[in-house]
Each structure stands twice: as structure tokens, then as C-alpha cells.
Design a protein around this ligand. Structure first.
Ligand SMILES: [Zn+2]
Length: 172
């Protein structure tokens, strides 16, 4: 899934945490967090492929997971592992007393990435165990209009939930 869709999904699930006013911000942040480490791989691939402003093209990602295993371990496999979530992210959330929705936002990111990453980019949710689940599509490589459909649908759901929760507040 693309980063914008992940962030909107974080906003959507935050409506289920009615108690916490900051739930929305934390849910959006933790929805985006698993992909944030990839910025290093992104810039590096743009650099070695001589792309303008170090922005790699979709084609530049082909076979890079096997060509640069260490780079992808740190920027991709580890942040998308249930073990990283349980052993690093969860203790941080508990220690800083962040809203619980932050944990679910991160978990949901991994779950959503499973069907939306296929072939070479299949998710290994139990990394360092090498078991990969092959999804049905590579959503990050969708053409731009598909991103827009995804954003519009998700924004619609988010706006709808926002109205419902405001109405509930008003009625209460
Ligand atoms: Zn991801």
C-alpha cells in the first residue's frame, strides 16, 4: 500500500479510540512508521541509478531485495516484522504511555501490506524467519490514478466516520 493510504487508514481506525484526543495523530504516525525507514533505501537506489533528485523509478526496485539484502533488512524486513513490533515498538508505546491505537495502527500496516505485496516484494511477517506470504498485487507500483481511487475511497470513509463521531458527541 502507498504511504498516503496507510496514513488515512490510521486516521480511520483512530475513530475507534474515542477516549484519547491525540489518538488520530498517533494512529496516523504509527500507520506510516513501518515504511518510514525505507527512505534510506529510496535515496540510495535513486543515487546508484543516477535519477534526478535521487528519486528512483519503479523499475529501479527490481531485484534490489536480493541484491542489497542488508539494506533491505534494516529498511524493510525488520520494520515489517511482527517480532520488531512486539519487541521494540510495543515496549516504546508502553514506556511513553502512548495510546494503544498506535500498536494496532502498526499491526494493521503489516496486515494490509501482506495482500498488497507480491512476488519479489512479498511480506515476511515473521522476519528473520524467511517465511514470505505472497500477496495478489504490488500496490506500491500501481499507476497514479489507482492511488487516487484508493485515497478518495479512504477519505470518504474517514469523513463519514468523522461525521458519525461528531454527531454521537453532540447527542451525548
Ligand atoms: Zn509497508
Amino acid at each position: 500500500m502507498d504511504i498516503v493510504s496507510h496514513i488515512i487508514i490510521g486516521k480511520i481506525i483512530s475513530f475507534f479510540d474515542k477516549k484519547n484526543k491525540r489518538a488520530g495523530l498517533w494512529a496516523m504516525f504509527f500507520s506510516f512508521l513501518p515504511d518510514s525507514f525505507q527512505v534510506f533505501a529510496y535515496i540510495y537506489l535513486g543515487y546508484i541509478n543516477n535519477r534526478a533528485f535521487f528519486i528512483p523509478k519503479n523499475i529501479d526496485w527490481n531485484h534490489t531485495r536480493s541484491t542489497y539484502p542488508v539494506l533491505h533488512a534494516f529498511t524493510w524486513e525488520i520494520p515489517h516484522s511482527i517480532f520488531f513490533l512486539s519487541l521494540i515498538i510495543l515496549p516504546i508505546i508502553i514506556f511513553f504511555k502512548l495510546p494503544k491505537i498506535a500498536f494496532f495502527a502498526y499491526l494493521l500496516h503489516i496486515i494490509i501490506d501482506i495482500p498488497t505485496h507480491a512476488g519479489e516484494w512479498a511480506i515476511k511477517p515473521f522476519y528473520p524467519i524467511n517465511y514470505a506470504i505472497n500477496g495478489t498485487t504490488n500496490a506500491w507500483a500501481w499507476p497514479i490514478p489507482m492511488f487516487f481511487y484508493s485515497w478518495v475511497i479512504l477519505l470518504f470513509i474517514s469523513t463519514l466516520l468523522s461525521f458519525i463521531s461528531r454527531k454521537n458527541h453532540a447527542d451525548a
